[in-house]
Design a protein around this ligand. Structure first.
Ligand code: GCW
Length: 674
């Protein structure tokens, strides 16, 4: 048998128990289609044929019939299924009876819908028993469901913790890699339909003919799986490639350069998705270098891709020495006034929170604040600030927390989910992007449990209302075993894991306390970095009296960027809630908390709780590990040892430092720092 090294992700297709295996064979023993010539239908059929014999234990071609396709197939058209329910990209899965014979049908209005239906069927089947009669209809809520690779052209990955880039640039465009197909399968199984191949900190070379050819080859491999390729564009590329004197977006020669570049890309990649741009942020060039605005820049690029149906995703993650009083305010201050001025093929990409992918941030105040502009949500799947690949932290609860957050932009119920699925303001261009955690490691993500974050991102982009709990259960059943004795405790462990990281790194609304540069490990004492807003001391503002960032009227007044009911709640220490207490308030060390403890005591107890949760995870895992293969079990156990050591490190270092500032005593039981 092959090693269980995690390569198979959630697409393992292991043998089912006898009952479900027999049922599956009876219903889907032989796969039929009338559209085998379509590459996407062919991919769906290949996936079903790859999966089913292993799961049923029966050779392909025996048992009942599964028919897959679109209304282009006469047999499917004749069934008169109500495919309106499937929309453009969705599917219907149904048991029907035709001429007295039972038939299982998977259909979409387009081939990609049928492909998603095939994967959904396999998701259901892998989890154990199928319902006696299947009648499922689904369609994605969000149009652009994209991975953002921060992959450099030298195969390093910015904030990547799972090896090199999976894009073997130097072998492209001649050699493909079977791994690209498996990447496409995994993404298609979740409905992910686009990939930005290169880092937002982009190099101009990615727009040269050589690299366009490489991207085109990747696009050819991904295309049958419904995945489009996008590129990050470096603003100054025309100048750096020595083909223009300026990158001023209002200079006609610059606009012409980008038009020609877009034409060139579309000749190589006819379904190229468009550009992602990080401009005027963290040293990246942009239109402001020429005293132009984000609108000038985005609209110029948008015009270049428009004739081809392309889009521009313009990032709102900007901070560059404009707003030193509070970095959390800058994106809103820069973008809000631009509402209504972007071209209709521009979408502004906004991180979940106003700072930067911290273990917990309040939702970004731009959500709900730019009603006339499509906004897409950017989350970080790779765990830059949550312990890289070794700490177990299931991120769906974090993302759902933001998706469910109520912006009150149009009164109660104006959730971030409704902003990004377009329903709040009637936008058709909608999206969600995740910064990928995928690399060349055998297990793709650097750890088995980080695969769950890739999985959860895709599922939430398909349907932002899915619960983290349900997603964790799906993932665990497919990745490990459908046995409830395993799934129930492992799901509970996953559900508590992100809060544990919050507790041992940045409890009660603290943020950005990590060590400089690599962002691994604690550094709350750092205060001497060149830019004020790079320093942890800038964020926690601890002094002998208290700790926390006053973002109310007496401070930076960032609360005012939220709709009135939200601002009111955040601005009041009694209503803000302890998740965001120190994000919005400077609180005295001895101020009593609802628990009856002083703030200092409360902080200590949170740090301790974080460590204790990790110890609990170790115990849970020790009891579950015998239920799965030794290889994955051992890696997970060893990573939990690392996590525990480092949770203690975070707790002790943070408390030692805050204790020295506050003059409060380290409580007994907390290990003194080495
Ligand atoms: O989180 C920060 C990272 C940078 C990253 C930047 C961004 C790609 O530390 O590495 O750069 O965000 O999102 O642009």
């Amino acid at each position: 048998a092959l090693a269980e090294d995690g390569y198979g992700l959630w697409l393992r297709y292991r043998p089912l128990a006898a009952g479900p295996a027999a049922d599956l064979a009876t219903r889907a023993g032989s796969i039929e289609t009338e559209e085998a010539a379509d590459p996407t239908i062919a991919a769906a059929v290949a996936e079903l044929r790859r999966a089913l014999p292993g799961m049923t234990g029966r050779p392909a071609g025996q048992g009942g019939t599964l028919l897959i396709g679109t209304p282009a197939s006469p047999r499917i058209a004749a069934l008169g299924l109500l495919l309106a329910r499937a929309g453009d990209d969705g599917f219907v899965i149904r048991d029907v009876t035709v001429g007295g014979r039972r038939l299982l049908v998977i259909a979409g209005n387009r081939p990609v819908g049928a492909l998603y239906g095939a994967f959904h069927f396999l998701r259901l089947a892998q989890q154990g028993a199928l319902p006696a009669r299947l009648d499922v209809a689904e369609r994605p809520r969000v149009k652009l469901r994209l991975l953002n690779h921060w992959d450099n052209l030298d195969r390093t990955v910015e904030r990547g913790y799972s090896g090199q880039s999976i894009w073997a640039w130097w072998k492209l465009p001649i050699a493909s890699d079977p791994r690209y197909v498996d990447y496409a399968r995994a993404n298609a199984s979740l409905g992910i339909n686009g990939a930005v191949l290169n880092n937002v900190n982009a190099k101009p070379d990615s727009l040269t003919p050589d690299w366009i050819a490489k991207a085109a080859k990747v696009a050819d491999v991904l295309r049958p799986y419904g995945i489009r390729v996008y590129l990050s564009a470096r603003w100054s590329a025309p100048v750096e490639l020595k083909q223009a004197k300026t990158a001023d977006p209002l200079d006609p020669a610059v606009a012409a350069w980008w038009r020609a570049k877009a034409d060139e890309i579309y000749r190589a990649i006819p379904d190229f998705g468009g550009f992602l741009v990080k401009a005027n942020s963290e040293g990246q060039p942009g239109p402001q270098d020429y005293k132009r605005t984000h609108v000038d820049g985005a609209n110029m690029l948008a015009a270049a891709v428009k004739p081809h149906g392309g889009i521009v995703m313009w990032r709102a993650f900007v901070y560059s020495d404009v707003d030193p009083d509070d970095r959390a305010k800058q994106a809103y201050d820069e973008f809000k006034p631009l509402d209504s001025r972007f071209a209709d093929n521009v979408i502004v990409q906004v991180k979940n929170g106003p700072i930067d992918f911290q273990p917990r941030e309040p939702f970004h105040p731009l959500f709900g604040a730019m009603p006339k502009t499509p906004l897409m949500l950017e989350v970080q799947i790779t765990k830059e600030y949550l312990g890289f690949a070794t700490h177990l932290a299931y991120l769906a609860p974090m993302w759902s927390e933001v998706l469910a957050a109520d912006t009150y932009a149009k009164g109660r119920g104006s959730t971030v989910a409704k902003v990004i699925d377009g329903s709040l303001e009637g936008h058709r261009l909608t999206g969600m992007a995740g910064v990928a955690n995928i690399g060349s490691d055998r297990n793709w993500s650097g750890s088995i449990f980080d695969q769950a974050n890739w999985y959860a991102f895709g599922r939430l982009a398909w349907n932002p209302d899915l619960t983290p709990q349900a997603i964790a259960g799906e993932w665990a059943r497919q990745t490990f075993t459908p046995d409830p004795a395993f799934v129930t405790p492992v799901t509970a462990m996953m559900m508590g894991s992100r809060q544990a990281v919050v507790d041992y790194m940045t409890p009660m609304g603290l943020a950005h306390l990590m060590a400089t540069g690599h962002h691994y490990g604690p550094g709350p004492w750092v205060g001497d970095l060149a830019r004020p807003e790079w320093n942890p001391t800038y964020y926690h503002r601890a002094d002998k009296d208290g700790i926390g960032f006053d973002r109310t009227r007496t401070g930076s007044n960032a609360v005012a960027q939220y709709a009135a009911p939200v601002a009111k709640r955040f601005a009041d220490k009694r209503t803000v809630g302890d998740d965001f207490l120190l994000w919005f308030h400077h609180v005295g060390w001895d101020e009593r908390q609802p628990s009856g403890r002083t703030l200092w005591e409360e902080l200590v107890s949170r740090y301790d709780r974080g460590v204790a949760t990790v110890e609990g995870m170790q115990r849970t895992w020790a009891s579950l590990a015998p239920m799965i293969d030794g290889e994955r079990a051992a890696q997970i156990a060893s990573f939990l040892v690392i996590q525990k050591e480092e949770a203690i490190w975070w707790r002790d270092a943070s408390l030692a430092y805050f204790g020295s500032v506050s003059g409060r005593k380290l409580p007994t039981g907390v290990r003194p720092p080495a």
